[in-house]
Write a protein that binds this ligand. Structure first.
Ligand SMILES: Nc1ncnc2c1ncn2[C@@H]1O[C@H](COP(=O)(O)OP(=O)(O)OP(=O)(O)O)[C@@H](O)[C@H]1O
Ligand SMILES: [Mg+2]
Length: 336
């Protein structure tokens, strides 16, 4: 059985926009080379994929320039790769590639504001369980998930769709049960960045820091990846596997903590309770919550924390570093 669905730009409600990108991120479109973006994510994608899942990168023959928000496009790739991994419990292969394609006028996939012309097609293909036609009709809906509670919130694809719609593109999905699924992201081909190198350097300079981050997460793998991303950007990282350990570190004054980065759902004390305790001990301590669960559903009464204090898992390097930098700069501004 073969099911095909074209999910092009759909009307998105305001609620959904708020839900998906919320306070998290300003939309900043710029020239992005898609193969470069994918290869820069390589290490993190490999760490997301399980040992049994092989990751194959197939860059196109031409540089794949598009106009998009880089951080959002990274999130798109990460969300698609996580879904591919989840669809291959017994292992398999996920292939990420790009190609230039011509989309003619009258193509049924061109809905909304998408125009005919030359597109960069980014495909994420897996050899997983596939999606049946009934399920396929719902996959882009917020909170639609076939995964067990705690495993999926059903937000991954709604974030993907929203990001691609914002960039003026469209998505096509093809799936065959027991064979696999391919998501094809289409974005208008664009002119190369005038000075791509300078742009990357500028981003790096903004990103680097030297402060000390207390990182609390009970999952060793997630903690290790997060710590590495922070260290690579110059931060000192003190790791704790639970809220109790984190409290002990701060009470003993074992490290000069400038920022708390904490998982929300952990065995024992939650990240929210930890944040309340540590901000009582260290008034003004900025906090970043990292969670796979939407903040609206899990913390309606925790409005006290500043805007930008929540980052959805899985996140990208740029997403994490931008948020960390933002919170530290905010604190610096308050103290000045
Ligand atoms: N590559 C895939 N293979 C098979 N099914 C998929 C694939 N990608 C998505 N799906 C189906 O679409 C549903 C919705 O995906 P989506 O990414 O929005 O949410 P989720 O993965 O369930 O949860 P979350 O992404 O929030 O952790 C999934 O639950 C799954 O049923
Ligand atoms: Mg998902």
């Amino acid at each position: 059985m073969r099911a095909i669905l074209d999910a092009s730009t759909r009307a998105s409600t305001l609620t959904r926009r708020l839900l998906v990108f919320g306070r998290s991120h300003a939309f900043e479109p710029g020239a992005v080379e898609v193969d470069g973006l994918v290869s820069s994510l390589g290490a993190m994608l490999r760490s997301l994929a399980s040992d049994r899942v092989q990751l194959v990168l197939r860059p196109g023959t031409r540089a794949a320039w598009v106009r998009a928000d880089r951080a959002q496009l990274e999130q798109v790739v990460v969300n698609l790769v996580v879904n591919a991994r989840d669809a291959m419990p017994d292992g398999g292969c996920v292939t990420i590639g790009t190609a230039h394609v011509e989309v003619p006028a009258g193509d049924p996939r061109l809905r909304g504001s998408a125009e005919p012309g030359e597109y960069v097609r980014l495909t994420v293909a897996d050899t997983g369980i596939g999606i049946d036609a009934a399920t396929l009709a719902h996959i882009f809906e917020p909170f639609f998930s076939t995964k067990s509670v705690g495993k999926g919130t059903g937000l991954g694809l709604s974030i993907v769709e929203e990001a691609i719609a914002r960039a003026g593109g469209f998505i096509a999905v093809e799936s065959a049960l027991g064979v696999g699924t391919q998501f094809a992201i289409h974005l208008r081909a664009a002119e190369p960045a005038v000075d791509a190198h300078a742009a990357t350097e500028a981003r790096r300079q903004v990103a680097d820091g030297s402060e000390t981050v207390l990182l609390v997460d009970d999952e060793p793998r997630v903690r290790a990846v997060t710590a590495r991303l922070l260290r690579e950007s110059g931060y000192s990282v003190v790791e704790a596997a639970s809220a109790a350990i984190a409290v002990a570190i701060v009470e003993r004054d074992a490290a000069p903590v400038d920022l708390l980065v904490t998982d929300v759902v952990m065995p024992g004390e939650s990240g929210f309770d930890l944040a309340h305790r540590l901000t009582a001990l260290r008034p003004g301590l900025p906090v970043l919550f990292i969670s796979a669960h939407a903040p609206e559903s899990s913390a309606p009464h925790h409005q006290a924390f500043t805007e930008g204090s929540y980052l959805a898992k899985p996140f990208t390097r740029d997403g994490l570093i931008a948020r960390v930098r933002g919170l530290l700069e905010q604190r610096r501004a308050l103290r000045a």
